[in-house]
Design a protein around this ligand. Structure first.
Ligand SMILES: [Zn+2]
Length: 146
């Protein structure tokens, strides 16, 4: 098993309430030239947890940060107008909690972050602020919840 230091949360950047499957994301990622789905886990609207890439394999979800991380993607992240929104259902919130705590047990030194926390700190103040985000993904403040 590779060393895991980071658990990184994503959203699928799809409208609130629209079902998207592991097969759909796999097809999108293949179109982008990935071998298969880039995430290790996908959390459906109903809170069910689905396997993507095996965690023993390096994922493809944050540029430059894939080698020592696990990527989790919840379905949603946009409102009906395509604007970033925390659309997590109750089931998705508890599934993220459950999955992250299982992974933390297995990889106790890993930190939990959101994709947007990897945006560049343009003014160098040590905080990744909203105006610096490259992407809104995963549309909630991961560090506040973990
Ligand atoms: Zn992302």
């Amino acid at each position: 098993m590779r060393a895991i230091e980071k658990i990184i949360i994503h959203c699928s950047a799809t409208p609130e309430g629209r079902h998207v499957s592991v097969a759909d994301i796999t097809a999108w990622h293949k179109k982008r030239g990935f071998r298969t789905i880039g995430y290790h886990f996908v959390i459906y609207l109903d809170g069910s947890i689905h396997k993507g890439r095996d965690i023993s394999e390096i994922g493809a979800h944050v540029e430059g940060k894939n080698s020592n991380s696990i990527g989790i993607c919840y379905i949603g992240g946009l409102d009906s107008n395509g604007k970033p929104k925390d659309t997590r259902t109750y089931g998705q919130k508890s599934a993220i909690m459950k999955l992250v705590s299982q992974l933390k047990e297995r990889f106790p030194n890993s930190e939990v972050l959101g994709h947007r926390d990897y945006s560049p700190d343009k003014n160098g103040n040590g905080i990744i602020e909203e105006w610096e985000w490259l992407k809104a993904c995963p549309c909630f403040d991961v560090k506040k919840e973990f």
